[in-house]
Every structure is written in structure tokens, then in C-alpha cells.
Design a protein around this ligand. Structure first.
Ligand SMILES: C[S@@+](CC[C@H](N)C(=O)[O-])C[C@H]1O[C@@H](n2cnc3c(N)ncnc32)[C@H](O)[C@@H]1O
Length: 315
């Protein structure tokens, strides 16, 4: 948004997106690794493994929206004219642009309650000041948590990162009239090593954050308990507890499988188990893990349109 005239070109190697774009030209030459730059009409780029793209036999494709579309959007931005358009007109432009840039993308409808919920948006932006990505998933979990208000038991999140979803779960506990704890499990060393089911998207140690960050972000909620360690090493600490809501968000096969198996057995009837990563192309391992754990259980896995899925424990 700060540079509306910057190139939006995306580069693919054998169908896989590479980058980063807007790289320094010296970095493209000396570091490679898929860096590229679309600069004054030319494309400077490197192969993902720094081999020579001219003779490594791979297919390189660049995706760029038609110039007519981009110049229309640029004139709208330059004239600061989007604010003067009606909500429907703005959404029509967004749909057209989204359809051209990524035909598989389904733009959500406009005018949803979430868009106008200033309190929710402010709480989300405390955690992610410059981002709207995942906002709808947090909203879905925040709302689903109301379903378990009348049930007796605790809540748990496995993979809490900086505590954003945890905050929304804690908020629902604070609004309810039942006493319950929120248990948070995380390595606080980022992701464990991806296994062969996990594909190539995730790297060991990604999404690392400090325990102190989560303590600070959730300081207003006295019922929060943290268990630093690798899944499932600390699960024994809550083996005697029962749960009304389990939120699994560890991105990978092994910790998702261990979490789903352990907490399914401790979920009360009517309780929810939500897997944030289920069904995402980036998380084939987490998807396979939940399918595996649920394969001999009666509950159907319900896909959410925001991404992720949940089950409701049957009596
Ligand atoms: C996508 S983030 C969680 C995001 C968080 N739920 C939120 O709402 O912002 C994934 C988290 O899982 C943790 N994690 C991944 N693999 C783990 C493992 N094997 N054991 C413990 N924690 C793990 C990471 O440290 C990271 O904080």
C-alpha cells in the first residue's frame, strides 16, 4: 500500500512460487535462492537452488495482471478515489482483481459483521498490527467458543505462538459465568523438524517466540497456565483434566497427531476440537494427522470456509 506502483509480478519455478521479489540485484547474483526483481521492464531472477536457470531444465513462469487492470487500480489509488466508491463498487473491483490474479481464490462476501466489529479488530491488531491474514480464522474460533459456554471443563491450545487465538479463547472464558482454566502448550522454540508427511513449506524453528511474550499478552487473565516443551512431553501435567474446547495449531504431522489423540480422549460430550491447519496445502501433515486420529471415530470433520476444521464430540 505504501508503494502502489511497485510491481506485483509473481514468479514460479516448475509451478512452485519462488522469491522473495523486490530483491537487491547484488543479492540475486551472489545469494540466489529464488530471489528476483522486476525492474524497469526486465526480470532479474535466480533459481531456488541457485543453479543456472538457463540450463537447469526447469520451467519458469511469471504471473502479471493485465496492464489495463493495474493502471485502473493505480489511478484509483493515486486519486485516493476508493473511499468515494460505494461498498458494492469497491467489492466489485476487488473481485475482478482477485479473479485475475488468482482464479482459484474465493473472495468472501462484503458487509459481514466481522468487518464492522471494531472491538474484535482492535484486539486482533494488538497481536498483528499490519496484517489482516488469519483475522477471519480467529473470528471463527472466537465465535465457536460460545458453543461450549454451558459445559463443565477447561480449554487448551497446543501451539499458542504469541497468544492471539489464546487471547480470544480467554476472552470467552472471562465473558462466561463458569470457572475454567486455559492451558497453553508450546515449545517456545518454534516448529519441530518437519517429517516426510509435512511437505516443504515449513522450516524447523519457524514461528519461534518467547514464553515471556505470551505471559505479557495474556497477563489480564489469571486462569491461563503455560507448559513450555515439545509435544507431547508436558501433556501428563493435564492428564486428569477434562476439556470443553481444544485448539490445535502446530502445523506439522507428529505434534498434531499426538495432540488430537491425547485430547480427543479428554474432550467432554458436546466439546469442540478445532484444528487450525486442517486442509491447507501448506499443512499436508497436520491434515493427514487429524484424518488418521478420527478414522475410527464417529464424529465427522467439519471444514470451515475460513480454513481449518473442527469436530463436536458425541456423547
Ligand atoms: C502457527 S503457530 C501458532 C499460532 C497461534 N495459535 C496463534 O493464534 O497465533 C505454531 C506454534 O506451534 C509451535 N510448535 C510447533 N511444533 C511444535 C512441537 N512439536 N511442540 C511444541 N510446539 C510446537 C510453535 O512454536 C508455534 O508457536
Amino acid at each position: 500500500m505504501a508503494a502502489p506502483l511497485a510491481s506485483v509480478l509473481r514468479l514460479f519455478e516448475n509451478g512452485e512460487e519462488i522469491g522473495p521479489g523486490h530483491a537487491m540485484h547484488d543479492g540475486i547474483r551472489t545469494l540466489g535462492g529464488g530471489r528476483y526483481s522486476h525492474w524497469e521492464g526486465a526480470l532479474f531472477f535466480s533459481a531456488s537452488d541457485s543453479s543456472n536457470p538457463a540450463d537447469n531444465g526447469r520451467l519458469y513462469q511469471a504471473l502479471l495482471p493485465p496492464p489495463g487492470l493495474m493502471s485502473s487500480l493505480q489511478s484509483l489509488l493515486a486519486a485516493n478515489a476508493t473511499a468515494a466508491l460505494t461498498e458494492v463498487a469497491r467489492h466489485t473491483i476487488l473481485s475482478a482483481a482477485a479473479g485475475i490474479i488468482d482464479p482459484s481464490f474465493i473472495l468472501p462476501d462484503h458487509g459481514r459483521r466481522l468487518e464492522g466489529d471494531a472491538g474484535f479488530r482492535a484486539a486482533f491488531h494488538r497481536f498483528f498490527p499490519d496484517q489482516i491474514n488469519t483475522m477471519d480464522r480467529k473470528y471463527a474460533v472466537w465465535q465457536l467458543a460460545k458453543l461450549v459456554r454451558s459445559l463443565q471443563g477447561d480449554m487448551v491450545e497446543i501451539g499458542c505462538y504469541t497468544g492471539a487465538t489464546s487471547w480470544f479463547l480467554a476472552d470467552q472464558i472471562a465473558r462466561g459465568d463458569r470457572e475454567r482454566s486455559l492451558h497453553l502448550f508450546d515449545s517456545f522454540e518454534g516448529l519441530s523438524r518437519p517429517g516426510e508427511q509435512d511437505g516443504s513449506y515449513w522450516q524447523t524453528g519457524a514461528l519461534r517466540t518467547g514464553e515471556d511474550v505470551v505471559r505479557r499478552n495474556l497477563a489480564e487473565f489469571p486462569f491461563v497456565h503455560l507448559y513450555p516443551g515439545w509435544v507431547p512431553d508436558r501433556f501428563g501435567d493435564v492428564a486428569d483434566r477434562r476439556f470443553v474446547l481444544v485448539h490445535i495449531d502446530v502445523d506439522l504431522y507428529q505434534p498434531t497427531r499426538d495432540s488430537a489423540a491425547f485430547f480427543y480422549d479428554r474432550l467432554v460430550p458436546g466439546g469442540l476440537m478445532i484444528c487450525d491447519d486442517y486442509g491447507f496445502n501448506s499443512c499436508p501433515g497436520a491434515t493427514a494427522a487429524l484424518d488418521e486420529v478420527m478414522s475410527d471415530k464417529p464424529e465427522p470433520i467439519i471444514n470451515l470456509p475460513t480454513g481449518g476444521a473442527f469436530i463436536i464430540k458425541q456423547p
